[in-house]
Design a protein around this ligand. Structure first.
Ligand code: RIB
Length: 324
């Protein structure tokens, strides 16, 4: 691989001049610049990114903190983020936080050491960065004073409740996500705002988590302890799919005996039989729009506002058809 010294020699200039030309960090004469660019092309020289980032105290990298990459909802967000980063010539450093604040802090320290240019965070543990690195929250918004892209989860909770009420429930179980996560509280409040007006009998089931690796044991616990409910508003698609799987294993008919609505619209939710009816949130768009905002901040462009996206219902097969 060609070195900066070889580029300088070929262009007939000093290494310092080549460095200024590469980093746009000072005056370089037109003729010298032209010779340097020609030498870089002929030698197929690739600047050393680590050295450049040390020199410029920034790098062509951004950090992405996600709570659980085992949940297929989050790779949708990551794809949206990465598509914008690729357009901008940046790489994405992924931190899978798993709801662990110590693990998250290690990622934040690592990001800082590598002079990353900005961070996107869907982690509910995220602290606001205190070292000047721009941060944009996505999905879970830890600090509403920062810029963010998320979904109107209060409305999402209302949609889930309205949809299941249309399907002639007898007794509803409302699954509650981790109460330290803003999206869980918003969805709970939205659903209860509808259920409390409906005079419908419902019970809360605290899950305390959205982590995919908790879904199966949660499904067993729910079906073991609530055999009198016939309608479930799940806290997310992964948990809903685990409940359908466990119900079918027990000979319980879905949606005949138990009907269920999910939340997220992960890619696998239509693969289940019966296919999962769910409240969809546009994961890819969340990532794409948040990434656009972050790069506006990195490029010192004006950012006008954060973005609140709309959830919507996708009717499939896991709710009883109206009229049956
Ligand atoms: O499924 C994971 C949940 O946590 C989603 O509903 C999403 O909103 C995330 O915050």
């Amino acid at each position: 691989m060609a070195t900066i010294r070889e580029v300088a020699d070929k262009a007939g200039v000093s290494v310092a001049t080549v460095s200024r030309a590469i980093n746009n960090s000072g005056y370089v004469g037109k003729e010298a610049k032209s010779k340097i660019m020609r030498a870089i092309k002929e030698l197929d020289y690739k600047p050393n990114e680590v050295a450049r980032s040390l020199y410029q105290k920034t790098s062509k990298m951004i950090g992405l903190l996600l709570p659980d990459i085992a949940n297929p909802f989050f790779p949708l967000i990551a794809k949206g983020v990465e598509d914008v980063a690729q357009e901008k010539g940046y790489m994405v450093l992924l931190g899978n936080v798993e709801g662990d604040s110590y693990r998250e802090q290690k990622y934040i320290d690592f990001f800082s050491q590598y002079n990353i240019s900005g961070v996107l965070s869907a982690s509910s543990e995220s602290q606001s960065f205190n070292n000047g690195i721009p941060i944009v929250f996505l999905d879970r918004v830890k600090d509403r004073e920062s810029f963010f892209v998320t979904v109107d989860h209060f409305k999402g909770g209302q949609l889930a409740a309205k949809t299941i009420l249309k399907s002639h429930p007898r007794k509803i179980l409302l699954m509650v996500g981790p109460r330290h996560v803003d999206v869980a509280v918003d969805r709970l409040q939205g659903a209860e705002s509808i259920l409390s007006e409906s005079q419908m009998d419902y019970v809360l089931f605290e899950t305390g988590t959205y982590q995919a690796d908790e879904a199966e044991k949660t499904a067993v616990k729910l079906l073991d302890n609530f055999d009198d409910v016939d309608s479930i508003i799940a806290n997310n698609d992964i948990f809903a799919l685990a409940i359908i799987k466990e119900a079918l294993k027990r000979g319980i008919k879905v949606p005949g005996d138990i009907q269920i609505i999910g939340y997220d619209n992960t890619p696998f939710s239509s693969f289940m039989n019966p296919q999962l009816t769910t409240v969809a949130q546009p994961g890819y768009e969340i990532g794409y729009e948040a990434s656009n905002i972050l790069f506006k901040i990195i490029d010192k462009e004006t950012v006008h506002q954060s973005i609140l996206l709309e959830p919507y219902v996708i009717e499939r097969e896991s709710l009883r058809k109206v009229g049956k």
